[in-house]
Design a protein around this ligand. Structure first.
Ligand SMILES: [Zn+2]
Length: 437
């Protein structure tokens, strides 16, 4: 019996909050079931166990030593050991979780990475190796941010960058938002056409973090009184906000908007005069706003950073992304849909589109990042390399032409669950072929 009318009223509101929560939870569960049907795996399947030995063995290997360096080659790590995202994530995640004061995270970290890696589809580009590459590049920006920035990110935003990089393309089907919207795919129904893929990546990522074997931080929604927690409520709230904002910002249709807001926040100027930085609006933003903005920019830069990697790496990535684009074009043709830009292999000039991509999208973003983090490493590793790659694509003999992109050799399957149109064997063959050239 309640001790007072106030307690009675509190009890009532607690009951109605509980009931609202359980109906919300029902909706979430239905959506998760829906997502599970779209994906190969099952969230609770932990059969892909990896041994501790495998995780520790890789740290001695050559490519693992390059994690967080600009020259890191994620496909080389994958070739040496497989499980590139698991290895990269374990190495980088351990450092950032330690730094954020999270303890006893070994098992849930492994569970989280295994589950996320499993939910990445076997598509040519947006697969778990791309996630490992983006994670390593993010670690590169986090290091330069800490080393050079006057307002470096705190430990929770740095940990958020890790989670965001790991999950940022999870469940990707190898098709663009435009394709999913045009083909009235089930995933666009769930997210009402608003950045459907990016919303789905967040949903899957946080769904995995709700599972008991991969609950790295805490349950997003309280499930029982004795649930252990790696983060305080307020820290988890901040992490969730930053992860969601930064993953949603990877939608390339938002690129110019995100970049122009960042430039305004840092008082960006094309001239080399950096004096105005002291009074830049970003300095007076709240820690949460500034952190979300910066992690979003670092994740975006990492996401398209393959264009500024050493040429042999950028060459593989260029082939892979065009394999996906052309497969989409072929499926669009079969479905009677308009063929998306860059997706018609009979029309695309790969070198020309790389020049446009570097000139209009990648270089302006990297110049803004370098304006904010005035680091010589960033200038030497990234900007100089981007300029060199730009010159390469403008040369008469670029390293990739349309003829280098393999034809899709299986028939298009319009079922969303079977979008992995290129078998792993073909991709491995392709990689090995490049290595021996
Ligand atoms: Zn990506």
């Amino acid at each position: 019996m309640p001790a007072s009318p106030a307690a009675a009223s509190n009890g009532k509101s607690a009951r109605s909050a509980r009931s609202a929560r359980s109906s919300a939870s029902l909706v979430v569960d239905e959506q998760l079931n829906f997502l599970a049907q779209l994906h190969r795996g099952c969230f609770n399947d932990t059969s892909a166990e990896q041994s501790e030995d495998l995780l520790h063995e890789v740290v001695d290997k050559r490519e693992a030593a390059n994690l967080g360096r600009w020259k890191f080659d994620a496909y080389e790590l994958e070739r040496q050991h497989g499980y590139a995202l698991l290895h990269a994530g374990f190495r980088i995640g351990t450092e950032l979780l330690d730094e954020a004061g999270v303890t006893n995270f070994n098992l849930p970290l492994r569970g989280f990475l295994q589950e996320v890696q499993k939910q990445y589809h076997n598509v040519p580009y947006h697969n778990h190796v791309h996630a490992a590459d983006v994670l390593s590049s993010c670690a590169y920006f986090l290091r330069e941010d800490r080393r050079v920035s006057r307002i470096p990110l705190g430990s929770i935003p740095r940990l958020s960058a890790f989670v965001a990089a790991v999950i940022h393309d999870v469940g990707h089907f190898g098709r663009t938002n435009r394709f999913h919207i045009a083909s009235h795919d089930p995933v666009v129904v769930l997210y009402n056409d608003q950045s459907p893929l990016e919303n789905m990546h967040c949903t899957i990522g946080f769904s995995i973090l709700r599972q008991p074997h991969s609950a790295l931080f805490k349950k997003p929604f309280p499930m029982s009184e004795d649930e252990c927690s790696g983060l305080e409520d307020s820290d988890f709230t901040l992490l969730r906000r930053i992860v969601i904002e930064s993953v949603l910002a990877t939608d390339m249709s938002k690129h110019f908007e995100t970049l122009s807001r960042f430039k305004a926040a840092i008082n960006y100027s094309e001239s080399s005069n950096h004096d105005t930085k002291q009074d830049a609006p970003i300095c007076s933003e709240s820690v949460a706003d500034r952190s979300a903005r910066l992690v979003s920019i670092y994740l975006k830069a990492a996401d398209i950073g393959h264009a500024g990697k050493p040429l042999e790496i950028t060459r593989r990535m260029t082939i892979r992304i065009h394999m996906e684009f052309f497969a989409q074009g072929e499926e669009e043709r079969e479905l009677g849909l308009p063929i998306s830009p860059l997706c018609d292999r009979n029309e695309v000039d790969i070198a020309g589109s790389q020049v446009g991509f570097l000139h209009h999208l990648v270089l302006p973003l990297y110049k803004a990042v370098h304006f904010f983090i005035t680091s010589d490493e960033l200038l030497g590793d990234c900007l100089n390399r981007l300029e060199a790659n730009l010159s390469h694509w403008q040369s008469p003999n670029p390293c990739v032409t349309t003829g280098d992109i393999p034809h899709k050799h299986t028939s298009c399957d319009s079922a969303v669950a079977s979008r992995a149109v290129f078998p792993q064997e073909q991709i491995v063959k392709l990689i090995n072929g490049f290595d021996h050239q």
